[in-house]
Write a protein that binds this ligand. Structure first.
Ligand SMILES: Nc1nc2c(ncn2[C@@H]2O[C@H](COP(=O)(O)OP(=O)(O)OP(=O)(O)O)[C@@H](O)[C@H]2O)c(=O)[nH]1
Ligand SMILES: [Zn+2]
Length: 292
């Protein structure tokens, strides 16, 4: 039986893509009995029937994200611009907390580096993240710089694309697909970002077996359902240094002799990262007070 991927689900119909062909399919009733609802991103076995089809089986899922509802995400791609709008390190650290919570690998893309007067600034921003093991790519889309690396990192994967409006996501996708020539409004619409379109989740094929989906959830401000003690495990650098902390359950906040705190001053954890950690920690503590 042919295998495809669900790219869109609307009112009982599943759109199953195999190569260039997309079929509108219904799901077999057995899914409802088993309590399985096919999700966008699911790999499925389907039975072609004319130009349509029937989804017979959902293959085992690698993972499942709630916001947006999508299965089998391979990685998150966090996109920031160096300028217009200005690079926002705090938002990046916030997104990384959400991404780490989902146990997804992250790729950090810094666009518009051509607008920097001093290109070494981009390296200074990215190096700490590279040291933590994240893939980082500086990009100047119009000049073609970094595009080949982005293409390699996306190839044959389903990526959750996150990033504020105007950072250059659509421009980048267009540049990756010669001849795609979608206008940026069309790409925004396919990614579910269009202002006046109904929001449903949909994955968007960029090339080959390479798909992206908009993941606005990674930009959300709240850390719903997280305890203050949980935060450090989502900061890779603080977690590593925290291993040396002699205090069990240390929040690395103010304790004398805490391994992370002096570490931040001697450069093992960057001062900026540590500041963001403390700011997020304060948010979590405040949210906790509201709860009780
Ligand atoms: N100088 C420079 N400008 C860029 C680059 N990439 C994108 N831009 C410009 O940035 C603006 C916003 O780009 P978009 O691709 O529409 O941004 P987006 O992230 O898709 O925005 P939304 O669709 O609103 O989410 C456009 O005017 C692009 O021409 C780049 O690498 N260098
Ligand atoms: Zn500590």
């Amino acid at each position: 039986m042919p295998e495809g991927i669900i790219t869109k689900a609307i009112s009982g119909f599943y759109y199953v893509q195999e190569g260039d062909v997309v079929r509108q399919c219904r799901a077999r009733g057995v899914f409802k009995k088993n309590g399985i609802t096919p999700l966008v991103g699911d790999r499925v076995l389907y039975e072609p029937m004319g130009s349509e089809g029937i989804v017979n089986e959902v293959l085992p899922r690698k993972n499942e994200l709630v916001r947006p509802p999508v299965a089998n995400l391979d990685q998150s791609v966090l996109t920031f611009s160096a300028k217009e709008p200005e690079f926002n390190a705090k938002l990046l650290d916030r997104m990384l907390v959400h991404v780490e919570r989902e146990s997804l690998p992250a790729v950090i893309i810094l666009t518009k580096v051509d607008l920097l007067d001093d290109p070494s600034v981009a390296e200074n921003w990215l190096q700490p993240y590279r040291d933590m093991g994240y893939e980082t790519v500086p990009v100047a889309t119009k000049q073609g710089a970094g595009l080949e690396r982005v293409r390699e990192l996306l190839q044959d994967k389903l990526s959750g694309l996150a990033g504020n409006s105007g950072v250059g996501k659509s421009t980048l996708l267009n540049a990756l697909v010669p001849g795609l020539n979608l206008n940026t409004a069309e790409i925004s619409q396919k990614l579910g970002r269009g202002k006046h379109t109904t929001r449903h989740s949909e994955i968007f094929r960029v090339f080959d077996d390479t798909f992206v989906i908009d993941t606005p959830g990674f930009s959300t401000l709240e850390f719903t359902g997280m305890e203050p003690e949980d935060l450090s495990q989502y900061f890779r650098d603080i977690w590593d240094v925290g291993m040396d902390c002699k205090y069990r359950g240390c929040l690395h906040e103010s304790e004398d002799g805490c391994a992370v705190r002096p570490g931040s001053e001697t450069g093992r954890v960057s001062a900026t990262r540590y500041r963001h950690y403390l700011e997020f920690l304060a948010e979590l503590k405040e949210a906790k007070e509201y709860r009780y």
